[in-house]
Design a protein. Sequence first.
Length: 243
Amino acid sequence: MTKILSILILFGNFCVNAQTTEALVSNRQVTKPVTNQTDLPDVRVLPLFGSKKKTDTQIAQDKRFLQQCDQHFPDRTDASKFFSERGWEYVSEGKLDTAIYRFNLSFLLNPQNVDAFWGLGTVSYQQGKFEESSNLLQRGLSLAPENSMLMVDVATVQISCFKEKRNCEDLEGALALLYKSIQVDSLNANAFLKLSIAEYLQEHYDKSWEYMHKCRQLDLAFVDMLFIQDLIAKKPDPQGIFK
């Protein structure tokens, strides 16, 4: 761990908090509230370093960082995994800017690391940047097209875009991903919850109840009682379980 700390010090052990009021898109949970907000014009806290051409100084920093990682990890894939795992830890603590930086480092080490895009997309979603989140998650999904959980996350953002009338994929796109998700993993309770919500938004209340009960049967933890109340207001539960 001492060697890893030396790498972070070399490249900048960046650690700050950023404010968020959105729920996580993935199944990971924020365990600590975020109270501080930063608005730093720093490419380190922009997804994929802002996707802009880097300066000579930044390129030199990247080179030194990669050289240090080459010395202390078996390979860059392993190093990338290490930094993406740290990114998720910072997401769980609500330290979103720091999480972005760690996911950026993960991407720098391995541009094919799905978790780098997944993590950055999750942070963007929590920050209310739905279009950016959708784009990042889609890039991750292109690297892991059979990942059922990631499909649900992409669909979740698309549903949020639809509800907020943002410029993202439409509801049909979300439904297509959710149907594919349950084909890949028929036990994905979260997928059935999101299917229920998507059908509700289309005023297909019988279908919505059908998927909600499938979600309930698979995992009660995913049942959203606030949504249940909205659904009951449109149509009573055909099974009479929720009242």
